[in-house]
Design a protein around this ligand. Structure first.
Ligand SMILES: [Zn+2]
Length: 66
């Protein structure tokens, strides 16, 4: 019997919309109300859009528009 078979999946709840349905939450760090919060994809993008250009550049995946 696998040792961890009864370990429940951790509850990941979005800090903004409180959705538990999202299977992918991301840690958000930025100068918004939800600094250092776990957010779902939708809310994360919303907060990201509130950041300044300079702050967005600190995220490695962000490619500034030319
Ligand atoms: Zn959310």
């Amino acid at each position: 019997m696998p040792l961890f078979s009864k370990v429940k999946k951790l509850a990941f709840i979005c800090a903004k919309c409180f959705s538990e349905k999202e299977d992918k939450l991301a840690w958000f760090v930025g100068s918004t109300l939800f600094n250092e919060s776990l957010l779902c994809r939708t809310c994360w993008k919303g907060q990201f859009n509130k950041l300044t250009e300079r702050e967005r550049k600190e995220w490695s995946f962000y490619v500034p528009k030319k």
